[in-house]
Write a protein that binds this ligand. Structure first.
Ligand SMILES: *Cc1c(COP(=O)(O)O)cnc(C)c1O
Length: 383
């Protein structure tokens, strides 16, 4: 008879908390003691350390990854009549922000191997948007699942068309492209510290990175209601978009172990690659990069084999998740904004993809259990 194991957690923030030890509590207690809950000293300390970590000139912490995206687009004055290009295969926040600002999100298809935005299709979509009278203004490249978007191609296209580049790096803080950590691949980089992201807080949080001092100053103003040189000098319409001091304290404690966590994520991904390639299509690596492994997603031959595998794995205590079951152009909220073209790669990937648990506190035994759970499901890899 099989030995019954407890289910493997998809994410294990309790184990991480135990591993972090008393340093985490000491950081939080320090904030409780000084009482500067808004823009306390930990916020500036975190911003300096995050900028150093990814080699960026400026870091402005904000209240979430979504607010980071919004502040970056507000700073460019993007709004009505403007086209903002982004992949259809991403989390809704990427597309929600241009729409909230009155701009039009223009959905672009993805590369079938890496799931990242397809630069060739982006060119087609820029022409289509221009043809219907929209003004192309910005490209939001998403570093999906923790791997870098094709930044050299996106930057070249942005330069050719005069577009602002925004890196939606919500899933990929810590990832490397061409020898450098993400943070300088676009004119602005937006990161999320949502608890399940590679560097997660204990609540919402985010940050913007840029090489441009003027933009950084504008982001600081926008995150505090558009304030100018003094608190009651209102220069522009902004938002309440600051990072809490307590979240900064949590992130400072987590930043100390972050590189070791990234290495552990990479080791687990390599073990999955080796063990699962005979059952499913393992994730293709973006060339010349290192992933932050927010999500490890495999592809099945079709929707039916995905469903069968998901049920069989669950019976063996292995959880899974689907990012994303529907590309954004098929979501009801975007019907009005979308021009109706089909995006066949995003549509096909959405029905075949499935994510497995991958977090730094997984044991080797748990990783082996995930791999062995695929045995007997009756799968064979198909490209
Ligand atoms: C998580 C996520 C966001 C939003 O970040 P929040 O901090 O939750 O607001 C934006 N884009 C992508 C691709 C994400 O995965």
């Amino acid at each position: 008879m099989d030995i019954v194991h407890p289910p493997i957690p998809f994410l294990d923030l309790k184990a991480q908390q135990a591993r972090l030890g008393p340093g985490l509590r000491a950081r939080i207690d320090a904030v409780l003691a000084h009482g500067q809950f808004i823009l306390g000293p930990e916020v500036a300390e975190l911003e300096a350390k995050l900028a150093t970590f990814c080699g960026a000139a400026h870091c402005v912490s904000v209240s979430s990854g979504t607010d980071a995206l919004q502040i970056a687009l507000m700073a460019e004055g993007i709004g009505r009549g403007d086209a903002v290009f982004l992949p259809a295969f991403t989390y809704t926040a990427t597309a929600e922000v241009p729409l909230l600002l009155g701009a039009t999100p223009v959905f672009v298809d993805i590369d079938p191997a890496t799931f990242q935005i397809d630069p060739a299709h982006l060119e087609v979509r820029i022409a289509a948007a221009t043809a219907v009278g929209l003004r192309p203004r910005a490209i939001i490249g998403v570093d999906l699942f923790g791997q870098p978007a094709p930044w050299p191609a996106l930057r070249a296209m942005a330069a050719r068309h005069g577009l602002f580049t925004l890196d939606d790096c919500a899933q990929a803080f810590g990832a490397v492209l061409d020898g450098a950590r993400l943070g300088r691949s676009a004119t602005a980089t937006a990161v999320s510290f949502f608890p399940s992201k590679p560097l997660g807080a204990y609540g919402d949080g985010g940050a913007l990175f840029t090489e441009d001092a003027d933009r950084a100053a504008l982001y600081r103003s926008l995150r505090t209601h558009g304030e100018g040189t003094t608190r009651y000098d209102v220069q522009r319409i902004g938002m309440n978009g600051r990072l809490d001091t307590i979240q900064a304290a949590v992130l400072l404690a987590k930043l100390e172990v972050f590189e070791a966590e990234l290495a552990r994520r990479e080791a687990i991904a390599c073990a999955y690659d080796a063990g699962l390639a005979k059952y499913v299509t393992i994730p293709a690596r973006v060339p010349s990069s290192a992933s932050a492994w927010a999500i490890y997603s495999v592809l099945f031959a079709d929707a039916a084999s995905r469903e069968a595998a998901q049920i069989a794995l669950r019976a063996r205590g292995v959880p899974s998740a689907i990012y994303y079951p529907k590309p954004l152009h098929h979501q009801p909220a975007y019907h009005g904004a979308h021009d109706g073209v089909s995006l066949p790669v995003s549509e096909a990937v959405a029905v075949r993809i499935m994510a497995l648990p991958l977090h730094p506190d997984m044991t080797d035994e748990q990783v082996a259990r995930v791999i062995s759970a695929f045995d007997g499901v009756g799968l064979h890899a198909a490209r």
